[in-house]
Design a protein around this ligand. Structure first.
Ligand SMILES: [Fe+2]
Ligand SMILES: [Fe+2]
Length: 281
């Protein structure tokens, strides 16, 4: 009963958004073990809006530096390669994520708020559970719903049918997306991440953040992003029309070893991020 063949659409790589050239070049530096801070700073410096975006984020209250970070080189030295990678991606997607996403009933700014607060939450959970790369969790949290930008129009057209299907109580929102469109926003997002040459663990996590295939073979990164997303939705952050129509996997919570008191503390910290994110924008 699929009315739009999204599978065919996403098979066409050209139809997916490309990572802007400078961001792509900068990210390639991270895969080159011989690259230096200087190489990275030189590439970033060719794009003044990227420079401005990185410095704005690096100087946000979230990172809490007492003195102003004035140059990209300072930002790289003080924050480190991995955090700069997160800032490059955040700065790159921010404008697009700040636009309204009407297919999911997300007003202007809501997609960005959901994504950036989810990214901070994922990094927080990653640190608590001693995941090896908290910045990877930040990036996965930031980009987990990127597929919504591509499905936006199609979901908007089929919104009533999708909701009707979900209201039967048998499927979640993303399962209904699959039924009507041939793919859900998670799978489409994974295709974008693949096109951007992000690491395969990140691609898998974006593609499975609603644990559609169940909690078997769950990776730690996927569990982290799944729980971060669910907590943000429970707090109504960037809820949109679909936010309450997903399930939270108790297996993911147990897999990470999170108890109720830790979850309560996380919820409080997410509320702090809500204050911070204004500065982080
Ligand atoms: Fe999602
Ligand atoms: Fe989400």
């Amino acid at each position: 009963m699929s009315q739009v063949d999204i599978k065919a659409l996403i098979a066409n790589v050209d139809a997916l958004p490309a990572l802007p050239g400078v961001a792509a070049q900068a990210l390639a530096v991270f895969n080159n073990p011989k690259a230096t801070h200087r190489d990275l700073a030189d590439i970033i410096s060719t794009d003044q809006s990227l420079v401005a975006g990185i410095l704005k984020l690096a100087n946000s209250a979230y990172y809490g530096f007492s003195r102003k970070i004035a140059t990209v080189n300072d930002a790289i030295v003080l924050l480190g390669f991995n955090t700069i990678r997160s800032l490059i991606l955040a700065s790159t997607v921010k404008d697009r994520f700040s636009q309204p996403v009407p297919g999911y009933s997300l007003a202007a700014g809501e997609m960005w708020k959901h994504s950036i607060v989810c990214a901070m939450t994922a990094r927080n959970i990653a640190r608590r559970v001693k995941f090896a790369s908290p910045e990877e969790a930040f990036v996965a949290g930031l980009l987990h719903d990127i597929g919504k930008l591509i499905l936006n129009l199609h979901v908007g057209q089929l919104y009533r049918e999708i909701l009707e299907q979900v209201s039967t109580g048998k499927v979640t929102f993303n399962m209904a997306e699959q039924q009507f469109l041939g793919a859900d926003h998670a799978e489409v997002g994974a295709k974008v991440a693949e096109k951007w040459n992000l690491p395969s663990e990140l691609v898998d996590t974006i593609g499975n953040h609603h644990l559609t295939g169940g909690a078997g073979n769950l990776s730690q990164l996927t569990a982290i992003v799944h729980v971060a997303d669910a907590l943000c939705l429970m707090l109504g952050i960037g809820l949109g029309g679909d936010g309450l129509l997903y399930s939270l996997s108790q297996e993911a919570i147990h897999f990470l070893g999170l108890d109720q008191s830790t979850i309560d503390r996380l919820m409080l910290e997410i509320s702090d991020y809500l204050q911070d994110y204004e500065n982080f924008s």
